[in-house]
Write a protein that binds this ligand. Structure first.
Ligand code: F6P
Length: 321
């Protein structure tokens, strides 16, 4: 490849800038030009493309967000727009693209690969819901942000002898809930994968524990399980324990990336460029069994992933689930 494009797509994630920086610097070190594509596939379709150099990625490794901006582009699911995008790539001399994003973004990358543009996906999402990898860019920062918020919520929940429901992101995946629930010593961790929707069971547990002197209760609720405010109301009405719901929301997507996110994102960005320079296409970078590896995008998209079974197993003893 002579010229590669780099874009970020879907929800942003802390560490994306570190990945962009690694893509740009590795490409230039290999004698390859780099074009920054703004706002994901939407920007590609609008030809919002600019050449990048080593200076354009100076002082960004520590920043959350993405200097390339990001977007969710529905149009890109249609063949007409995929063909237009491939044409635009050819027009700009872009023969390879690094796509930093989640599963949806990889679908798009795979379509571009089929149209002759070399593509490599880099997993960037706070949700950790990409099956081919044990690590996704942004997850580590997001869980640390959520954990710190939960520590604070526990303080006030304890002073007031309340129950606190904390809703974390993850769309349909419960990884953020599981990790932050364990890390913050939550009494209950509700995930989309494992929670059976029986709030009565939780109410009974709170009542039992209240009787033996437990004064406050922290429930971590994964987004997608149910409305935390309604659940809080039901718990308060049934138990008499004052209950507050807090939705952590988009603060989980921002902030300076942790050391792990900066380092792993750098490695993944560099690996993506190395793959393109080796003539590989339609690949996705992953981190498995202690190594940075790569898979065929379609094979990666066909893989399935649940919650870490051992982490889930220990929650049965560490929480009152
Ligand atoms: O995929 C990342 C994520 O933050 C999910 O956890 C969440 O469901 C979704 O994006 C929110 O999307 P938006 O920022 O478009 O509201």
């Amino acid at each position: 490849v002579k010229t590669i494009g780099v874009l970020t797509s879907g929800g942003d994630a802390p560490g994306m800038n570190a990945a962009i920086r690694a893509v740009v610097r590795t490409a230039i070190a290999n004698g390859v030009r780099v074009m920054g594509i703004k706002r994901g596939y939407a920007g590609l379709l609008e030809e919002d493309i600019e050449e990048m150099d080593t200076l354009s990625v100076s002082n960004i490794i520590q920043l959350g967000g993405t200097i390339l901006y990001t977007a969710r582009c529905k149009e890109f699911r249609e063949k007409e727009y995929q063909e237009k995008a491939a044409e635009i790539c050819r027009k700009h001399g872009i023969d390879g693209i690094v796509v930093i994003g989640g599963d949806g973004s990889f679908q798009g990358a795979s379509k571009l690969a089929a149209l002759g543009i070399n593509t490599v996906g880099v997993p960037g999402t706070i949700d950790l819901d990409i099956a081919c990898t044990e690590y996704t860019i942004g997850f580590d920062t997001a869980i640390n942000t959520a954990m710190e918020a939960m520590d604070k919520l526990r303080d006030t929940s304890e002073s007031h002898e309340r129950c606190s429901i904390v809703e974390v992101m993850g769309r349909t995946a419960g990884h953020i809930a599981l990790w932050t629930g364990i890390a913050s010593g939550a009494e209950y961790i509700l995930t989309t994968e494992e929670y059976d929707g029986n709030i009565q069971k939780i109410i009974e547990k709170i009542q039992q524990r209240h009787k033996i002197g437990k004064k406050n209760h922290v429930i971590v609720n994964a987004e997608g399980v149910g409305n935390s405010f309604e659940m809080a109301k039901m718990i308060e009405e049934a138990t008499g324990v004052e209950t507050r719901a807090t939705v952590l929301g988009h603060i989980q997507r921002g902030g300076n990336p942790t050391c792990k996110d900066r380092v792993y994102a750098s490695a993944m960005g560099a690996k993506a460029v190395e793959l393109l320079c080796d003539g590989k296409t339609n690949r996705v970078v992953g981190y498995t069994n202690g190594e940075f590896v790569d898979y065929d995008i379609q094979a990666a998209l066909d893989m399935e992933k649940g919650l870490d079974p051992y982490l889930f197993h220990i929650t049965k003893k560490l929480t009152t689930y």
